[in-house]
Design a protein. Sequence first.
Length: 327
Amino acid sequence: MLYLRVTNMGRIEYIDKLKGLCILFMVMGHIMQISLDVNDVSFNSFYTSFHMPIFFFLSGLFVYKHFKSWNCSELWRFVSNKVKRLLLPFVTIGSIYVLYFDIDYVSFLTGGFNGYWFLPALFVCMLVDAFCSFLIRNIVKKNSIGRLLLSILLSFFILLGFYVLSKAPYIRGALYHYLFFAMGILVSQNYIIKKAIYASNWLYTISILVYIILWGRKFPYGFNFIAFASIIILVNTFYRYSSSIPMVLNKFGKYSLEIYVFHRFFLPSLSNLREYLVNFQQFDKSENFLLFMLVSLCVSLPICYISVFVSKFVKHSNILRKVCFGK
């Protein structure tokens, strides 16, 4: 039986650390893309190969942990909870951001400005998959991998249909990340798959080789195929070596949602530094990979801590906590 290291607060340590790594690299990514305005270098390709796919995977891993009977009452509680946990911070804190920085509000709501795209995209993934799972479970009574795959297939094609009809950016985000979300569901509900990802040294080795082979390649429709290998590598590594991974990632992981919604307020302008870094790329065939990583890390760490502090300040007010985070 796979062992989960649970803290005295009931949290799973390696999960929090993995979330912490991904939220840190997400902030580093925004330092690169927004503060430095650098997009086409190898460091960008590195963090985009795992940071958001991991979040969708982990969301799928725990999405149905409170479901027991799969009845209408459970489904309603699930949807209402996700509205409060995902859409409420998107609307409240996202609205403050776009109004403060004078961004078109309609563009924000429709996805033209995608600064907070993850929350509505994840909500769409959860909503579509929950209704499809509810439907399939009430048609196919026998619990099997086939029933699970049928539900995933139906959800994917519904998302694809929605995107073809609407071209909505948030639907696109859900569609492009749904398979990582579904991968998490498969791991949570099938022990053989879970054991392979968490404990198989062969799969771990193959994933590293696949990552190396796929590195830097362009894929049809821009789909992030390399992320499947990234997920296996990181989940396996963090599960096995959690005790050796810095506790700062544990703290960031516990506050990953709060860091996500607040960090954009503190992104600095680094245009002068950008000119220096870009002009000296010609001397570094890795496109200044280490330099970009160090610069973005040094800027991101204080932003993460400030975001955690602000979230604690906001949550100290019961009213603000409910308005911003629904709890």
